[in-house]
Design a binder for this molecule. Structure first.
Ligand SMILES: Cc1ncc(COP(=O)(O)O)c(C=O)c1O
Length: 428
C-alpha cells in the first residue's frame, strides 16, 4: 500500500468518525453514502483510510477508465498544469482543438462542444434541439421511461424516473417519456411540437438495459421521416466502455445497415476524462453550426488541463488497445456471472451488458436479506464491501460492475471469486 499521508488537518487521519463528522456538519446531505472513507488508489484497487484494500469495480460510477493513479494521466496533469491550466473560451488552445478532432474522427463528421459534466452536456443537446425547431415552434423532446439524464432542472425533467423529480415540480415543459425499446410507442407519442428523441444506448442508472438493434435503426428512420433530431446520451455507456467507442456501434455490429447508423447528437462525460471532470457533446453535420457565437458557453468547458488529460486518456486507450481489453475481459466477467446465476439461482437472477458495463440482477427475494429495510442491491453491495470490493447499486435489484477498461485478467478472476464467496455466504 502506498503511504499517502493526507496533508492538514492531520487529526482526521485514520479516523472514519472524524471525517464523517466533517460531512455531517458541513456537507449538504444529498447522497446516501456508505461508511467508507477512501484515501488513495492504484490501478484497479482503492484503499480506505484504515488501510483496507478494495477491488474497484465501481470506477467512481463508470468514470476511472484507466483505473487509479495512472502514470500517464498524472504526467499529463503535471505537464499541462505547468503550462496553462485554464484560459477563457475567448481564445484558442491546442488541447481543446486536438481533443475535438480525436472525438470527431472516432464518431463521425461533426463538431464538439466541451462542458464539465454529463448533465451539462445534455443541457447543450436540449438547447440544440430547441434551436433546431425554434422557427417552426417545435420544442418537445421525447425520452424513455427509466432513463437517466442528469440532475439539473432540465436533466430531471428529461429523466424518465419519478424519484428524481419528486419535490422539484413543476418540471420544465417540453419533455415526455415513452416505454424504452418500443418503436411504436415512440411513433405514437410524436406530436406537432416534437423536435427530438433522446435515448441512452444502454440505460445505466435504469439497470443496464440495452437498446435493441431494431430499435436503434427504427428510431433513425423515424427521426428522418419526421424531421426530428436523434440524440444519444452516452455519458455512462460511451467512450469505449462497451468495447467500442460508442455503445450503438457495439449493439449494431454485424447487423445489416448498422455500419451507417449515426445519431445527430451525442453527449459524453465520465470515461472521457478518466476521473478529471470533463463533458462534451458531438453534433453531426449539417447541424454542427446551429449553436452559433453567443448562443451557448461554459467558463471552464474545454480547459487546456481537462482536454490535455482527456487526450492522454484517449491515447492510452488506443495505444493499449483497451477497447479490445474491455470486450475480452468484459465477456469473461459476464460469462462467469452467468455461470453464478446458473449455480446459485436463489441469489442471482441473471447478468447482462457489454464490456465493462455489466449489470448483475439479484433474485427477487433473498431470504438472508429479508430482515432489513434496505434494498437487495444495497445489501449486496455492502456485503461486497466487507469482502473487499466496490460496486454500484442500480435500482433495487441490480448491481453495476463498471471496472476500468484496463482491468487485468487476474483482477477480473479475483472479482469473480469475491462475488462467488459473497453469494455462497447468502445461501444460509
Ligand atoms: C446516462 C447519464 N446521463 C447523464 C448523467 C449525468 O452526468 P453527471 O453526473 O456528470 O452530470 C449520468 C450520470 O450518472 C448518466 O448516467
Amino acid at each position: 500500500m502506498k503511504d499517502i499521508v493526507p496533508l492538514p488537518p492531520a487529526i482526521v487521519r485514520n479516523d472514519v468518525a472524524a471525517v464523517k463528522g466533517l460531512y455531517e456538519k458541513n456537507v449538504i446531505p444529498t447522497y446516501a453514502r456508505f461508511e467508507i472513507v477512501l484515501s488513495h488508489g492504484s490501478g484497479s484497487y482503492a484503499w480506505d483510510i484504515l488501510g483496507k484494500r478494495y477491488l474497484d469495480f465501481g470506477g467512481g460510477i463508470a468514470v476511472t477508465s484507466l483505473g487509479h493513479a495512472h502514470p500517464a494521466m498524472t504526467e499529463a496533469l503535471i505537464e499541462q498544469s505547468k503550462k496553462l491550466v485554464h484560459t477563457s473560451n475567448l481564445y484558442f488552445s491546442e488541447p481543446q482543438g486536438r481533443l475535438a478532432e480525436k472525438l470527431v474522427n472516432a464518431i463521425g463528421p461533426g463538431k464538439i462542444f466541451f462542458s464539465n459534466s454529463g448533465a451539462e452536456a445534455n443541457e447543450g443537446l436540449f438547447k440544440l434541439a430547441r434551436k433546431f425547431g425554434h422557427d417552426e415552434g417545435r420544442f418537445e423532446i421525447l425520452t424513455a421511461e427509466n432513463s437517466f439524464h442528469g440532475r439539473t432542472l432540465a436533466g430531471i425533467s428529461a429523466t424518465g424516473q419519478d424519484k428524481v423529480k419528486k419535490g422539484f415540480e413543476p418540471m420544465m415543459p417540453g419533455f415526455r417519456h415513452v416505454p424504452y425499446n418500443d418503436l411504436e410507442a415512440m411513433r405514437n407519442a410524436i406530436s406537432p411540437a416534437t423536435v427530438a428523441i433522446m435515448i441512452e444506448g444502454i440505460q445505466g442508472e435504469g439497470g443496464i438495459t440495452a437498446a435493441t438493434p431494431e430499435y436503434l435503426l427504427g428510431l433513425r428512420k423515424l427521426c428522418d421521416e419526421k424531421k426530428l433530431l436523434l440524440l444519444m446520451d452516452s455519458v455512462q455507456c460511451g467512450h469505449f466502455r462497451t468495447g467500442h467507442c460508442q455503445s450503438y456501434r457495439r449493439i449494431l455490429e454485424n447487423v445489416p445497415g448498422g455500419e451507417t447508423f449515426l445519431p445527430d447528437g451525442i453527449s459524453m462525460a465520465k470515461s472521457l476524462g478518466g476521473g478529471f471532470p470533463i463533458g462534451a457533446f458531438w453534433v453531426r453535420q449539417p447541424f454542427a453550426d446551429l449553436l452559433s457565437a453567443g448562443s451557448h458557453g461554459s467558463t471552464y468547458g474545454g480547459s487546456p488541463l481537462a482536454c490535455a488529460v482527456a487526450l492522454k486518456v484517449f491515447e492510452v486507450i488506443e495505444r493499449e488497445k483497451l477497447a479490445d481489453n474491455a470486450r475480452n475481459i468484459g465477456n469473461f466477467l459476464k460469462n462467469e456471472l452467468l455461470r453464478l446465476s446458473r449455480d446459485f439461482p436463489t441469489i442471482i437472477k441473471t447478468a447482462r451488458g457489454f464490456g465493462m458495463l455489466i449489470g448483475l440482477e439479484l433474485a427477487e427475494k433473498i431470504p438472508a436479506f429479508a430482515s432489513s429495510e434496505k434494498s437487495h442491491a444495497v445489501q449486496f453491495v455492502s456485503r461486497l464491501h466487507e469482502a473487499g470490493m466496490l460496486t454500484i447499486p442500480s435500482g433495487t435489484q441490480v448491481i453495476r460492475l463498471l471496472p476500468p477498461l484496463n482491468l487485468r485478467r487476474e483482477d477480473a478472476e479475483d472479482g469473480i471469486a469475491i462475488i462467488e464467496s459473497t453469494v455462497k455466504k447468502l445461501l444460509l
